[in-house]
Design a protein around this ligand. Structure first.
Ligand SMILES: Cc1ncc(COP(=O)(O)O)c(C=O)c1O
Length: 423
C-alpha cells in the first residue's frame, strides 16, 4: 500500500455506531440528585440528541443533509501510515494515523458539533451555547453554527482563553461570541469570580455556565464530549477507519488515542470493539489531571455547578481545579461512562503522561513526519514506545491511532519548549 488510504465520498458510512447494546453489562443510568437535572436536559439538549443518548439501536442512520455537511467540513479523512515516525523505534511496528486534524476545524470535534448544531436548528433554535477547553470544541461549534445559520456563545476555560488567543480569533472569525469562563454572564460564573484561585476556570465550570446561559436565553446546549450521543456522532471517524483498514486487509493489534472526556478515543475505537476482540485498546490522559490512572469509578457530577445529572464514571472529582497545562482539552475531571465501563472491565487499559514527555514526543513526530500534532493528540505517542518494545520481543504489531488534531494553533504553547519552561 501507499502511505495513505483514502475513502471516496460515496463510501463514507451512512450510519453511526451505538455501543450501548454491545456493552458487556448495562450502562448505569444518569442519577438525578437534585430532582431537576433531567428536566434541565430536556430543555437545553436538542430533542434528537436526547433521543440518541438513550437509544438502544446499534446503527443510527445519518441523514443525507448531514452527510453533505460532513463533506463540507472535510470528511472523509485519510488514514496515513506514519513510516518515518515508525523508523525512530527500530522495531517491527506499523503505525496508522486516522487524520482528524485534516478537517476544517482541525480536530475530531467537528464530527459531533456539525450534528448537534443541525439538530438544534431542527428544533427551531437560533442560539447554541457550549464550553471549550483548549478551544478545539469551541471552534467546531462555531464552524457548525455558521454552516447552520445559528448564533454561537462559547464559554472558554479562563486559562486557555489567555493561552490560545488564535483559537479565540478563529471562533470570532466564524461568527461566535467567546467569553472567558468563569464569566459575569451567569450566576455560577459571578460567584466563582469572587475567588481569585478559580479564575483559571475548568471545563466543569464552563459547562455549568453554558447550560445556565442556554436555559435563560432559550438556546440549545451542545455537548463536546463524555455523553453517549456525542460519542455516537464521533464514531464516523472509527467507522471510516475500519473501512479503510479493511480495504487493505489490515487488522490493528492495538487501537490507541487520547482521552479528555473520552469522545475522541471512543469515536475511533468503539466501531471496532464488537468484532475486534483480540485487539488491545489503550487510552491515555494527562498525568497533571490523572483521572485515567488515579480516578475512582463512582457517580459524580459532570459539571462544577451540579446542574446536570450525575454520571457513573472514572473521576477525580467535579470540584478538581486543574493546573493550567497546555493540553487544555485534557483538563476534564471525568471519563465518558461508556469508556469508563470498558476500563472497569479491563477492556481498555489506561495511561497518563506528563506534559514534558508529550512535548518531546510532539517534537519528534513533527520532525519525522513534518506534521505538528496538537498537544492533546501527542499524549498517545508514548504508548507507541511501549508497543515498540513489545514488538521487539514478539514480532510485528500494527497500531491504529486517532490523530485527533493538528497543533498549528498551539504554537504559543510549544514556544515554551524553546524558552526553557513548559508550565
Ligand atoms: C486535539 C484534541 N484531541 C483530543 C481531545 C480530547 O477529546 P475528548 O474530550 O473527546 O476525549 C481534545 C479535547 O479538546 C482535543 O482538542
Amino acid at each position: 500500500m501507499t502511505n495513505r488510504i483514502d475513502l471516496k465520498q460515496d463510501d463514507m458510512p451512512d450510519f453511526w455506531y451505538n455501543i450501548l447494546p454491545d456493552l458487556p453489562e448495562p450502562l448505569p443510568p444518569p442519577r438525578d440528585v437534585s430532582g431537576k437535572s433531567i428536566d434541565v436536559l430536556r430543555r437545553v439538549i436538542p430533542s434528537k440528541v436526547l433521543e440518541h443518548e438513550f437509544s438502544n439501536e446499534r446503527k443510527i442512520r445519518i441523514q443525507d443533509e448531514l452527510r453533505e455537511l460532513y463533506f463540507q467540513v472535510g470528511r472523509p479523512t485519510p488514514v496515513i501510515r506514519a513510516k518515518r515516525f515508525e523508523r525512530l523505534f527500530n522495531s517491527p511496528i506499523e503505525i496508522y494515523m486516522k487524520m482528524e486534524g485534516y478537517t476544517f476545524s482541525g480536530s475530531h470535534k467537528i464530527n459531533s458539533a456539525i450534528v448537534q448544531a443541525y439538530y438544534s436548528r431542527m428544533d427551531g433554535a437560533s442560539l447554541v451555547t457550549t464550553e471549550t477547553g483548549a478551544g478545539q470544541w469551541g471552534i467546531a461549534v462555531s464552524l457548525a453554527s455558521t454552516l447552520n445559520g445559528l448564533r454561537a456563545k462559547v464559554f472558554m476555560v479562563g486559562a486557555s482563553y489567555k493561552q490560545k488567543t488564535y483559537r479565540v480569533t478563529m471562533m470570532r472569525m466564524l461568527g461566535a461570541e467567546v467569553h472567558s469562563s468563569p464569566s459575569d454572564l451567569t450566576s455560577i460564573g459571578r460567584e466563582l469570580l469572587k475567588d481569585e484561585r478559580k479564575r483559571n476556570g475548568s471545563l466543569g465550570i464552563a459547562i455549568s455556565e453554558a447550560v445556565e446561559y442556554a436555559m435563560q436565553n432559550n438556546g440549545k446546549y451542545n455537548v463536546g464530549s463524555v455523553v453517549n450521543a456525542d460519542i455516537l456522532y464521533k464514531t464516523i471517524a472509527g467507522l471510516e477507519a475500519r473501512k479503510q483498514l479493511e480495504m487493505e486487509g489490515i487488522e490493528p493489534d492495538y487501537i490507541i488515542g487520547v482521552v479528555g472526556g473520552g469522545s475522541n478515543y471512543s469515536g475511533l475505537a468503539f466501531p471496532f470493539y464488537p468484532d475486534y476482540k483480540d485487539t488491545k485498546y489503550i487510552a491515555a490522559g494527562s498525568l497533571e489531571v490523572p483521572k485515567m490512572t488515579r480516578g475512582e469509578y463512582r457517580y459524580d457530577f459532570p459539571d462544577t455547578g451540579k446542574i446536570l445529572p450525575q454520571l457513573m464514571m472514572f473521576t477525580i472529582g467535579y470540584d478538581f481545579i486543574p493546573p493550567p497545562i497546555y493540553s487544555g482539552g485534557l483538563r476534564y475531571h471525568g471519563v465518558a461512562p461508556t469508556l469508563s465501563l470498558l476500563m472497569k472491565r479491563g477492556i481498555v487499559s489506561p495511561r497518563d503522561y506528563d506534559q514534558d514527555t508529550i512535548f518531546r514526543y510532539a517534537e519528534l513526530y513533527a520532525r519525522a513526519e513534518g506534521y505538528i500534532p496538537a498537544p492533546e493528540t501527542a499524549h498517545a505517542l508514548p504508548i507507541i514506545k511501549e508497543i515498540a518494545e513489545e514488538a521487539k520481543r514478539e514480532g510485528k504489531k500494527r497500531i491504529l491511532m486517532s490523530f485527533s488534531g493538528h497543533g498549528l494553533l498551539d504554537l504559543g504553547s510549544y514556544a515554551t519548549l524553546y524558552s526553557g519552561s513548559t508550565s
